[in-house]
Design a protein around this ligand. Sequence first.
Ligand SMILES: Cc1cc2nc3c(=O)[nH]c(=O)nc-3n(C[C@H](O)[C@H](O)[C@H](O)COP(=O)(O)OP(=O)(O)OC[C@H]3O[C@@H](n4cnc5c(N)ncnc54)[C@H](O)[C@@H]3O)c2cc1C
Length: 502
Amino acid sequence: MVATRAVAGTPIDRRELLLRGAAAAAAAAAARVDVGVSRAQLRPAAVRRLDAAVRGAVAVPGRASYENARRVYQLAGPRPRPLAVVTVRDSTDVEALMRWAAREDVAVVARSGGHSYIRQSGGSGAVVADLSRLRNVRVASAAAEVEVGGGVQLIDLNRALAARGALVPTGSCPSVGVGGLTLGGGMGLSARRLGLTCDRLVAATIVTADGRRRRVGARSDEDLFWALRGGGGSFGVVTSLRFAVHRASRAAWASMSLPWAHADEALARWQELAPAAPRALTAILSLSAGGPPQVSVIAQHFGSEAELRRLLAPLARIDGASLSTGVDGLLGLARRWAGCLDGPLAACHTQGTARGGTLQRSSFAASSIYLVRRLDEAGRRALLARVASRSGSGTVILDAYGGAINAVAADATAFVHRDVLASAQVLSYHAPGAGGEARTWVRGTRAALERHGARGAYANYADARLENFEREYWGANRTRLREVKRRVDPDGRLVFPQAVGT
Ligand SMILES: Cc1cc2nc3c(=O)[nH]c(=O)nc-3n(C[C@H](O)[C@H](O)[C@H](O)COP(=O)(O)OP(=O)(O)OC[C@H]3O[C@@H](n4cnc5c(N)ncnc54)[C@H](O)[C@@H]3O)c2cc1C
């Protein structure tokens, strides 16, 4: 490992930049990236060589394109200050960028949809490989597989596949990038039936730190392929992903609200029902504060509406529960869960990332933890008390696992959380620059769940304040991830706050 790297003329302490090792320092280290190297700039000659090396647009401080190019979804915290953002045209551009970065000794980070909770693709102190132009979605003729550019947003993948009567299980936010989602896992309302997004990955094209383009899959660089399924963006820039698709045209949906007075009963019944239900059903329960506290459940079922009602009956029987159900086509379902059911489809993109996009960026604090066993009465009481006492924004979202997610062995992919009942995501929105209280509530709520037996964390719900992020995200798989990292990126070229260490 190189001890010190000059960012094209500006000396930077590698420990400042790489944020490896002691994960307890992750939060502080993340802040150091923003502050410590914020004045670092590429030398004009390095910029000229970069301009000459790639065909894509290069945005650097001082160019008009820079302000827009450095925007990411998360508004909380200091604005990222990348050395440059290169909107690459294709894999060849990424190869050229990597070779340039090696010559100049500059760090690189990939950006797909830019939705990292802690701005891991913001690229402060590094050059961002912005994949947003790689938006090709090509369905193979037999429609058994789909090849997807590394910058495709989920709504565009959902749309292209729905038109062919097919789907890949994805998350629900329409403008999340398929790159980040897949590399971290990918949880959504089809997951108990079809697995995580990463479980459907059959091959990927990746440009590694040495500037080599590699096609990886089950029979080609199996280790790297393993790491890409849950291990995140530490191993190179993934320019293309190939997924096995599932043939379907429709599914049943449900949306339920339950009175807070029966929140404990709802939580207890949901815990019994959702993680052990037939695979066809994925159900998510939310507890929300910020006004009168609320309990709600959404669910998707690959089966009939009547079956779905039967499966949810234990919840629907609770006094005061109100249940709506229906059946919809795949695109309708994707739009429903995305919260953009009405209006033109183009609106389901983040403003400025695609023509017609209307979704607003936001500012929030978040964390996650896994329920490895059911919360007992004391655990449920503690969780409900956290929500009930919160006057500001606060939500705990319980995603049921089990089914196809847990059918995969914990060491078969880098995504390790295969024996859990549910993930609990703790989320609080706040005004940019005023997140202290939100962070405190998120932290306290996660700690309450931890005291009642929950553990681990989901890498895609990245939290800069985790004490040991590698252990929380990847558990026993972190050793093999480090081995792969050492092999494909020995100098730590791919770097961001919670990258896998060497
Ligand atoms: C509003 C919202 C809703 C969400 N809903 C869900 C959900 O339903 N289910 C779920 O599982 N997650 C969900 N997430 C979390 C989401 O999966 C992660 O934030 C994910 O990492 C975002 O991917 P991205 O490509 O948009 O982000 P980016 O910020 O571009 O990337 C995230 C990380 O992945 C790396 N990366 C991205 N693309 C590549 C690539 N091609 N090659 C190498 N590295 C790459 C980046 O360097 C960075 O480290 C949601 C996030 C938001 C903000």
